[in-house]
Design a protein around this ligand. Structure first.
Ligand SMILES: [Zn+2]
Length: 112
């Protein structure tokens, strides 16, 4: 570890809570809302063009087994600049929470 890296780690260790990014997505097949935690310190890879890139495969807890392929692009300041998803769509935190509430209120089919 060189001097610059040491200096950087000194500062970045301070705000470890600020480097978490949540991905919210909805499976196109079953409609399940999925939340995945991203560690902006460890999960990102350097990009040749500058900034960072991360690939994630999201899978819900239900039984559809669809895999959502997510690619996120961050700039040098670890700010999200672009995102793509396959077999699903990005949703907001509010939409994710609305889904969780709706799911909790729905009677389970197995109980019938
Ligand atoms: Zn699904």
């Amino acid at each position: 570890m060189n001097f610059l890296d040491k200096l950087k780690s000194l500062f970045t260790d301070e705000d470890s809570s600020a480097v978490v990014y949540w991905i919210y997505a909805r499976c196109r097949r079953c409609g399940e809302a999925i939340k995945v935690r991203l560690d902006l310190k460890n999960d990102l890879s350097d990009r040749d063009e500058g900034g960072y890139i991360v690939h994630k495969t999201l899978m819900g807890n239900q039984h559809c087994f669809e895999r959502l392929e997510v690619t996120l692009i961050f700039d040098d300041n670890r700010k999200l600049v672009d995102q793509t998803i396959s077999r699903g769509e990005f949703i907001t935190m509010e939409e994710y929470e609305a889904y969780q509430i709706a799911k909790a209120e729905l009677p389970k089919e197995e109980i019938k």
